[in-house]
Design a protein around this ligand. Sequence first.
Ligand SMILES: Nc1ncnc2c1ncn2[C@@H]1O[C@H](COP(=O)(O)OP(=O)(O)O)[C@@H](O)[C@H]1O
Ligand SMILES: [Mg+2]
Length: 249
Amino acid sequence: MVTEYTVERVKSGIQGFDDLIEGGFPKGTTVLVTGPTGSGKTTFGVQFVYKGAELYDEPGVIVTLEERSRDLRREMLAFGWDIGKYEREGKIAIIDGVSAVVGLPSEEQYVLEGNLNAEDFLRYVYRVVKAINAKRLVIDSIPSIAFRLKKEEEIRSVLLQFNTILLEMGVTSILTTEAPDPSRGKISRYGIEEYIARGVILLDFVEKEVELKRYLLIRKMRETKHSMKKYPFEINENGIVVYPSGELY
Ligand SMILES: Nc1ncnc2c1ncn2[C@@H]1O[C@H](COP(=O)(O)OP(=O)(O)O)[C@@H](O)[C@H]1O
Ligand SMILES: [Mg+2]
């Protein structure tokens, strides 16, 4: 008897992207999205959670550590994504990880305290994931968790614990980080993010004549056959659109 090897797939909600990864992310996986500023990491992560709620009836949690919840909601409206609507339906929860740090009051339902330790952070995210029975999670971004911790070195232990906790929660997660210099192979800030991630996606720019072109590269995706080609993508009024048969050069 042959035991069949099957992988349950989670659709990314990123137009054109699932064709590159056998139909979607392996369920329960942790994917690192890395790239320089403006490359589309926040959009990618929010699109994953938003489309999960809109198209696949899967609740999701957005942990925002670079923009306040209200700013994120407003910015995402430009893509026609009304996050507030799904929050009211209990399908999306945003955890505001900014207001307390910058000393602004927050009327949000889910707010992280300013001065965190690793355990508080993990426990809080865990609680909100359970509260809405989330299947999707985005944490934007890892470097900003580190800056928020009482001791920045604790980021390593947070990441290692995350690894276990994310698996146990059964959510499919996107973590964002910044790649200072991807062309030299440096794709994460702490050098540890890529080890806990079962997938790594690089978003970057390439110079073409007088213009910068966006491209996406799947550097790693466990349990998945994928190419190592650089694929062009766009951010337009619908969010991120990937062109699987497009040419970059
Ligand atoms: N409504 C929009 N339409 C088209 N492009 C947009 C829109 N909003 C943002 N962008 C593009 O997305 C970029 C920001 O993407 P973002 O996901 O915030 O990047 P990162 O998180 O990597 O810094 C902007 O610099 C802009 O080029
Ligand atoms: Mg961002």
